[in-house]
Design a protein around this ligand. Structure first.
Ligand code: 5GP
Length: 184
């Protein structure tokens, strides 16, 4: 696995430190409210697990899974929910926890879908943001890191289902990503 790594962009320590800051800000912003975290599977699983453990106010956790149709390293914007929420989010304060916002199409779809359920408020927390790739403008309220236009894996993010379990976030060597991948 380590042989496949091209460059480590964010170390486990970088990630941990930033998550503590995000959790502190979220805890202070939602003080006095009950927060419902909606973790978008599978990419944000480690981010969610670490973030929620640093949040110091009452919080409910739920999961949603979306399948987006596209290539291994690109989103098409056409999506469908493959695992829906268990919580009723009507009149509740929800925070979507994403691994990465790239074109913004997936998040746009998710926000439109969740808004139909009439939450009291809806905000977004993403670990990574690739602003140069944006097609659809989406509001990001809490952001871990902005990164360049590179396809990254690790800390929950995968390539063809692999590399999620790595502690850091990195790029893969071009021969691993192959001809269908994007390296810049
Ligand atoms: P968007 O709809 O914003 O283009 O893409 C969102 C989804 O595409 C993310 O939740 C993630 O699953 C996937 N994605 C976008 N960029 C990357 C990346 O650099 N690495 C990985 N592993 N997945 C990505």
């Amino acid at each position: 696995m380590l042989n496949d790594v091209e460059e480590i962009l964010l170390s486990a320590e970088d990630i941990e430190n930033r998550i503590k800051e995000l959790a502190e800000k979220i805890s202070s912003d939602y003080k006095g409210k009950e927060l419902v975290l909606i973790s978008v599977l599978k990419g944000s699983m480690f981010f969610t697990a670490d973030l929620i453990r640093h949040i110091s106010i009452p919080v409910i956790l739920d999961f949603i899974a979306i399948s987006s149709y596209g290539e291994a390293t690109e989103t098409s914007g056409v999506a469908r929910i493959i695992k829906d929420l268990e919580e009723n989010i009507e009149n509740r304060h929800i925070l979507i926890v994403e691994d990465i916002v790239d074109t913004g199409l997936t998040l746009g779809y998710l926000m439109r879908t969740l808004k139909l359920k009439n939450p009291a408020s809806i905000k977004v927390c993403t670990l990574l943001d690739k602003p140069v790739r944006r097609i659809l403008e989406v509001p990001i309220d809490y952001k871990g890191f902005e990164i360049e236009d590179k396809f990254v894996v690790g800390y929950g993010l995968d390539f063809l289902g692999k590399y999620r379990h790595m502690h850091f976030i990195c790029t893969l060597k071009p021969d691993i990503i192959g001809i269908e991948g994007r390296t810049a």
